[in-house]
Design a protein around this ligand. Sequence first.
Ligand code: XUL
Ligand code: CO
Length: 446
Amino acid sequence: MSSTFHVGQREYFPGIGAIPFEGRESDNPLAFKVYDAQRQIGGRSMAEHLRFAVAYWHSFCGTGQDPFGPGTRMYPWDQGSSALARAEAKADAAFEFITKLGVPYYCFHDVDLAPDADDIGQYRDNLAHMVTVAGRLQQQTGVKLLWGTANLFSHPRYMNGAATNPDFAVVARAAVQVRAALDATVALGGQNYVFWGGREGYACLLNTDMKREQAHLARFLAAARDYGRSIGFTGTFLIEPKPMEPMHHQYDFDSATVVGFLRAHGLDGDFKLNIEANHATLSGHSFAHDLQVAADAGLLGSIDANRGNPQNGWDTDQFPTDLYDTVGAMLVVLRSGGFGHGGLNFDAKVRRESTDPQDLFMAHIGGMDAFARGLEVAHALIERSPLEGWRAERYASFDSGAGAAFARGELGLEALCEHALVAGEPTVRSGRQEAYENLLNQYLLR
Ligand code: XUL
Ligand code: CO
């Protein structure tokens, strides 16, 4: 493997070259076993189906700090004397990593890419400078921006919310970041723009006017939408649901809540959903459930791929490895026609105890292989197995006759009763859950 592959002055991951596809017999930890970017599945390459993205924040900013201790990883790109020099080195490292991994997209928050500053002019200058740097690196490497966003949750000014803050001055200050992050996203050709309402919620209902805060959130999103469209953003705005953490309750609780909110405020023409696996499980749903709710509303936009820990339920942001989860997710994605503008962003971090540079590669390789296998199995289940036929057959009584008339809204309660009188006691029909689960395993093992 080549070890001289870098985008800037310096190589940040020496000894690791482009990650090859070696197939299932390979034991090389730095090779793909399933993900073969150009392999065709149902008329599209794996790369086109999966549209992977690397998350700038976890992979190049997070050093492993947790509430009980500081970071455990010292990044070579984080050693320079000025904040801007460190940001430039970080960008070189990020694009080297993404290129070696062979991932087509990345995602960032404004203050992952550029140093934050309380002074608005300084903040804008920093971001504008780093947009120029990132633009040059995108050109050089061919890596593209899946989405940009603004971090409206870390700075202390946002402790009571950003768009939903009870203080208008904070709402206006949040607009500075959203405007700048939209400018950056458009300048870098970003295909989506994300809102994760990290502190858009409440810690205590006693001091909170929930109705007013949610109305302000809708106004803020509409203003951002109008500004984005005015500067030529043609991509999708995405809301990322999460029920709690950091707040006690967050307004974008889950897919169903966000679908209702978008429709209630007339935002569903411009906004879709970015579903994160670990946020879905935090809200008491499965990952596939929240994807299905979004897809059924025609609002499935993109995915933040990760997993939680089933023992504790927190947002642990682990890399996805569970094949049942990836098959379940890809079934929803394929049935709804694919990602469109969206993709699979690894909103995941290596463990605090994982301190070698190659751990970051292995984490992404594992996640990409897990989703590539999910894609293969979901595609085979849909195209070659009896799954779709079995499911359709369960509902066959609505395909014709009185059942179809009911589904069209043509039968009232009295007509339904007439039908029941004539038809007599319904036959007991098994749901056959075990057969469906065995079918999935059978295809997983093939
Ligand atoms: C936090 C989270 C964020 C969003 C972007 O739980 O998922 O990283 O994806 O702000
Ligand atoms: Co996320």
